[in-house]
Write a protein that binds this ligand. Sequence first.
Ligand SMILES: [Zn+2]
Length: 294
Amino acid sequence: MQPRAVVEGTQDPQTIFDTVLEHCGVKADKNATFLVGERHRYIPNSEGGARHKLGAIENHRVKRVFFLGVDGSTVLLGIQIHPNDTEGYADLRRTVNHVDATDMQLLATCAGLASWHDNGAFCARCGARTQYSAGGWERQCLGCARIEYPRTDPSVIVAIHDDEDRLLVAHNAMWRPHYASLVAGFMEMGEAPEQAVQRETLEEVGLEVDRIEYVASQAWPFPRSLMLGYQARVVDGTSVEPVVDGVELDWARFYSRAEYEQAMRAGEVEAPGPISIARAMVRRWYGGPLPDEQ
Ligand SMILES: [Zn+2]
């Protein structure tokens, strides 16, 4: 098989444009805009935003380029730079005000694609090498020509309430002290999201829930999750005392809004991170900005 042009490794701008045109049918030029995302980090421009003009990132730093879309007449490209090259990065979770929702999503897409490529060097069917294709949205096997696409793993995250409308938050043993979030977990093969909500809740905190309702979703490609947010209530007549396994979770408890506010102000509980669906769901229950946002 004749290898196709790739945008992996150091590339001059014209090669990038040619490849985007060939793989995606989109003509990019010197007005093309780059975003650089990697896990929870991005490289900000001088105003703190995420978009860069061509030349802002030196060619030797570029590992891969991804086609992210078109905004008006501007072609949007994502850049993955080499690992260990941390110069100029900022934490997306701390600079959230400079990056709008669209660019946040583009950065997350870039980070998710980067991780997928890094882990997809070999074909899952025949074991031969694969190569970058379709502007970063495919990898093609050089042995059997199989095309692999980026995958995402559905997960559920659940706001568990009791009859008094208290909210359950839990602490994972691997998290920093006081940081507490909602119960969450990956869906299993053959499972519906509502079943995953019931299973994860029972497994992680020993509670039975019903009245399960969908709330919202969020792509979380760090590296490849899709978070499906639900709310649920403890089944009437069953225990409202959470029981944790002491290994994955080391504590979980229900809070009223007043108790949660008090615990946050006292530093006993730290709320989920600012760009997470977990925080949005806690805010939804709390009824507005959390004490650490006021
Ligand atoms: Zn193959």
